[in-house]
Design a binder for this molecule. Structure first.
Ligand code: UGA
Length: 472
């Protein structure tokens, strides 16, 4: 099938590359000429596993780039809208890019088209897209509008696309549903997975994924409700972690006990310094705003956001209680990205914490495997950017772990201990076992677990630490 994908941001690029991988002919449209030039030259602007390979495989063959939306619409059977929906000052989604694309599409419809919203949008957006296309003179029989939300996590977006838990399509006609069935047929009939050059199957892949057909409004709500539920799960376990700290229980054990209930499941139950990124914070605000407009006061979401914010404050209190005064202290920081496996620092709790610590007069040496270039643009010059985790730790009064990168979970602990001025680690992602850290001579603070101290600490240090931890 010939498919146009409008918007070559994170969602559009992954969607376009994966449709080409299915065997469709894809034209990726963007009005940002410099960005198009970068893509045409073979540069991959985002850090995403398997994306370079897919772009390399399909660029100039099944995948083309263009600024000509009119022509792309005329030559395509389906048009996926994947432009940005940034938050407005009021917290709802700014849909002006979606509207202007819809307007342009209407002038180019020459035969039956399916227009699909892929961007994360509030309920009623597909109705608005339909209205805008009609207002601009298009025959109502010549198009349908569908909603096909994405559930892609940054870093694993390509495998999430090719091995989805489910494919959700919101449609208001059977004709439209059958076009989308055809788009996703290589996944639902399993043909893609039989190919020798298929992107490798991740653990837990559900093959073939269920193809869920709903109304357009239903699909729009599924996207917001899914993200809100996942964020709620994280805030829930962060709240439980705080109670664990107060009573001296280990949140990891509690998570195991909760997560083995198949109705709850173990995923997204990792406590830490709170969720960040370009999706959860924005989507929760947008969903709350949608609910408010519909006359429902979704206070549960306020609480999810409050706990998330509080989690960073708790971490700061932990740093203070480990180091007493902060002015002039040198801190090694591991991780700046909002999560491991990405160079994205949007709404990163790590960046927010670094900014707060700078404000308190700390000196910071930070290392991140992928996000340092982006971090340089937002952090002031007081941050030193180190070439490795060990360099960030060198001479530091304490080491802070702020992003769950795999490489931070397998550091050479003896080497790390030698580098630090004081062997204190404050781990916002629970990457280490407290006993192991204590055995390696570290005083170790984490989330939802009692602090660990090495055997040779002076008598009484242990109870002081534990009491401080409770207060934090
Ligand atoms: C999220 C959703 O997981 C995707 O399904 C969705 O498609 C996407 O938003 C979107 O709306 O586009 P993403 O923002 O890439 O994906 O990141 P996640 O892997 O969900 O992590 C979000 C944040 O939660 C990160 O800061 C991460 O560190 C944190 N997190 C995640 C936890 O603190 N604990 C966990 O157990 C899981």
């Amino acid at each position: 099938m010939r498919i146009a994908v409008v918007g070559s941001g994170y969602v559009g690029l992954v969607t376009g590359a994966c449709f080409a991988e299915f065997g469709h002919d894809v034209i990726l449209v963007d009005n940002d000429q410099p960005k198009l030039a970068v893509l045409k030259s073979g540069t991959v602007p985002i850090h995403e596993y398997f994306l370079p390979e897919l772009l390399q495989r399909h660029r100039g063959r099944r995948l083309d780039f263009s600024a000509d939306l009119h022509e792309a619409v005329r030559s395509s059977a389906t048009i996926f809208i994947a432009v940005g929906t940034p938050p407005t000052d009021r917290g709802d989604a700014d849909l002006s890019y979606v509207e202007s694309v819809a307007r342009e599409i209407s002038g180019a419809v020459n035969d039956y088209k399916v227009v699909v919203e892929k961007s994360t949008v509030p309920v009623y957006t597909s109705e608005w897209i339909r209205k805008v296309i009609l207002r601009n003179g298009t025959d109502p029989e010549a198009f349908d509008v569908a909603s096909n939300p994405e559930f892609l996590r940054e870093g694993t977006a390509v495998t999430d696309f090719l091995y989805p838990d489910r494919i959700v399509v919101g449609v208001d006609s059977e004709r439209c549903a059958s076009v989308l069935r055809e788009v996703y047929a290589p996944l639902t009939n399993g043909n893609y997975y039989e190919r020798s050059d298929a992107v490798p199957k991740p653990d837990r892949a559900r093959i073939p994924a269920p193809f869920i057909v709903t109304s357009t409004k239903g699909a729009e709500l599924i996207k917001h409700a899914s993200n809100a539920f996942l964020a709620m799960k994280i805030s829930f376990i962060n709240a439980v972690a705080s109670i664990c700290e107060s009573v001296g229980a280990n949140v990891q054990q509690v998570c195991q006990g909760i997560g083995t209930d198949s109705r709850i499941g173990p995923r997204f139950l990792n406590p830490g310094i709170g969720y960040g990124g370009s999706c959860f914070p924005k989507d929760l605000m947008a969903f709350r705003s949608v609910a408010r407009e519909c006359g429902y006061d979704f206070r549960l979401l306020d609480e999810v956001m409050r706990i998330n914010e509080e989690q960073r404050q708790r971490f700061l209190r932990k740093v203070r209680s480990a180091l007493w005064t902060l002015r002039g202290k040198r801190l090694g920081v591991l991780g700046l990205a909002f999560k491991g496996g990405t160079d994205d620092i949007r709404e990163s709790p790590a960046i927010l914490l670094v900014q707060a610590l700078l404000q308190e007069g700390c000196q910071i040496a930070a290392y991140d495997p992928a996000a340092m270039d982006r971090a340089r643009e937002v952090l002031n010059s007081r941050v030193e950017f180190a070439g490795s985790a060990y360099e960030a730790a060198t001479g530091a009064d304490a080491l802070l772990i702020l992003t769950e990168w795999e490489e931070f979970a397998s550091l050479d602990l003896e080497r790390l201990n030698e580098k630090l001025k004081y062997p204190i680690v404050i781990d916002g992602r629970n990457l280490y076992h407290p006993d192991v850290m204590a055995q390696h001579g570290f005083t170790y603070y984490s989330v939802g677990r009692l602090p660990a101290i090495p055997q040779n600490q002076p008598a009484g240090a242990s109870s002081i630490l534990r009491n401080n931890h409770k207060k934090a």
